[in-house]
Design a protein around this ligand. Sequence first.
Ligand code: HEC
Ligand code: HEC
Ligand code: HEC
Ligand code: HEC
Length: 114
Amino acid sequence: MIKIRIAMLLLVGVLIGAAIAWAAEQPTVVTMKNKQGEVFFHHEEHLVAVNDCTDCHHMGIEAGGCRGCHGVDREVPRLKHAFHRQCRNCHIKNGGPTECDTCHDVSKKTRAAK
Ligand code: HEC
Ligand code: HEC
Ligand code: HEC
Ligand code: HEC
């Protein structure tokens, strides 16, 4: 009986471990719907240019995505502002695209998916 319980506990431990590892994995692409036109962000490809997760996830990976704070709390800068600041400023400095339609697919205008 005890052996079975230990085995069960171990199994639960492994499953929780796998769930944490999964949660820490990064998305390949992030599609952001908004009224200026969908932004298709190649998350994985950006890691070639940027090797430190916290350059973008400035509150740490555990804090979750940007929209959990930006656009929710009035004290925190708005989401559009935060993204434009971070995405465009780095592009200006490091030779990434800066024209509106290089990020926004203007054929896909929707309402913000907040
Ligand atoms: C160039 C900027 C950038 C870098 C570098 C970066 N990320 Fe991200 N990451 C983002 C953006 C933007 C999102 C989308 C967040 C949103 O829509 O709220 C995101 C989303 C995520 C998500 C999903 C979060 C959620 O709750 O929706 C995870 C997990 C994640 N990143 C992990 C990582 C890890 C791990 C690294 C480092 C290996 C990393 N990221 C590096 C910009 C970046
Ligand atoms: C846990 C909450 C939280 C998360 C998650 C978060 N931020 Fe922030 N962010 C803040 C707060 C609070 C500030 C204002 C204080 C500061 O500058 O640190 C801020 C400031 C910023 C600024 C500076 C704005 C300015 O005008 O100076 C940028 C850019 C930014 N965040 C982008 C992002 C991006 C992009 C993500 C996701 C990859 C993200 N943030 C995730 C809370 C968060
Ligand atoms: C820390 C620097 C940095 C940040 C932050 C960053 N980028 Fe980039 N991005 C780059 C660089 C450098 C390139 C050019 C890479 C190349 O040409 O190989 C690039 C290229 C791109 C491209 C064109 C290539 C492709 O992947 O389709 C798009 C679109 C893009 N970024 C969108 C974004 C968006 C949206 C954000 C914010 C959510 C963002 N980037 C944040 C550095 C950054
Ligand atoms: C480097 C990438 C990038 C460039 C260049 C860029 N944007 Fe954005 N923009 C974003 C991201 C990322 C968001 C946030 C998308 C979301 O959360 O759905 C955004 C959001 C917006 C929004 C908010 C839309 C809404 O539904 O609330 C507007 C308006 C906007 N951008 C206009 C512009 C204009 C105008 C230009 C050119 C002057 C431009 N953007 C250039 C990445 C970019």
